[in-house]
Write a protein of this length. Structure first.
Ligand SMILES: [Zn+2]
Length: 229
C-alpha cells in the first residue's frame, strides 16, 4: 500500500507545482521565454490601465520606438477605456488578465470562464479589437485555465524575469534589476497598474522605463513583441 501512496503524493506534488509555476507545461503550454538565442527582449505590463502610470509609459514607448504587450485587467479597462484604446492605437499588443484579479488555481471552470470572458469583453468594448494573449493573475493556473483561454483565441504567456516593481523598491532598483536580469529571449514582467487598487501607484515603473530601454539597448538588446500562436 506504500507505493500507491507515494505515487499519489508525487502526483499531488506535481499538480501543485504545475498550478503554481507560471511557465509550467503540466496544465497546458505557457510561453515563458521567446524562442530565440538573439539579444531580443519583450516588455510586458500587467494590471493596467492606470491613470498615473499608463500614459507616461505609453509616451516613453512611443518616443523611444518600442512596442510592448499590455495584460489588461477588465475591471480597470471599464474605468479607463480611453487608455485601452490608446494602447491598441499605438500598436501595442493586448493581453487579457481576467476581470477580478483573483488567483485562478483553485477556481472552478465556471468561475475561470466568467472571469476571462468579462475581461475579454471589457477590452473589446474599449479597444474595438480582441486580446490575442492571456496571462493568469500571479501566473496561477489549473488544468482548465489555459484551455479556456485557448478556446477564446488567447495564447497563455508566463514570464522569464519578474522585477517585483509592484513592491515599489525605487526607480534605481527597478531599472538595475531589469537590465541586469535580462537574457536573450527574456519576457520581462512589469506593472503599469495595481491588481488590487485601481489608483495604485506605479509611477516608479513609469520613471524607470526610459533607463530600462536605454540600458538594454546599450547591451545590444532589441525590443520585440510576443509571437502569436
Ligand atoms: Zn496581475
Amino acid at each position: 500500500m506504500i507505493l500507491p501512496a507515494v505515487i499519489g503524493l508525487s502526483m499531488f506534488g506535481g499538480a501543485v507545482h504545475g498550478a503554481l509555476h507560471r511557465n509550467s507545461f503540466i496544465f497546458g503550454p505557457a510561453l515563458g521565454r521567446l524562442p530565440t538565442r538573439e539579444r531580443e527582449v519583450a516588455l510586458t505590463f500587467d494590471d493596467g490601465p492606470n491613470p498615473n502610470a499608463t500614459p507616461r509609459i505609453l509616451d516613453t514607448l512611443r518616443d523611444l520606438g518600442v512596442k510592448a504587450t499590455f495584460f489588461i485587467l477588465g475591471r480597470h479597462a471599464e474605468l479607463w477605456p480611453k487608455l485601452v484604446l490608446r494602447v491598441a492605437k499605438e500598436g501595442h499588443q493586448l493581453g487579457n488578465h481576467g476581470y477580478f484579479h483573483r488567483k485562478l488555481h483553485l477556481k472552478s471552470p465556471f468561475y475561470v470562464k466568467r472571469d476571462l470572458t468579462l475581461g475579454k469583453r471589457a477590452i473589446e468594448r474599449a479597444a474595438g479589437t480582441s486580446p490575442q494573449f492571456f496571462r493568469a493573475p500571479h501566473g496561477f493556473r489549473s488544468p482548465w485555465v489555459t484551455a479556456i483561454a485557448a478556446a477564446m483565441g488567447q495564447r497563455t504567456i508566463g514570464w522569464s524575469l519578474g522585477v517585483w516593481d509592484s513592491d515599489r523598491p525605487g526607480v534605481d532598483y527597478i531599472a538595475a534589476r531589469t537590465i541586469d536580469g535580462t537574457r536573450p529571449g527574456s519576457i520581462v514582467l512589469l506593472h503599469d497598474g495595481d491588481g488590487y487598487n485601481a489608483d495604485g501607484d506605479r509611477t516608479q515603473t513609469a520613471a524607470a522605463l526610459p533607463r530600462i530601454i536605454a540600458g538594454l539597448r546599450d547591451r545590444g538588446y532589441e525590443f520585440v513583441t510576443l509571437p502569436g500562436k
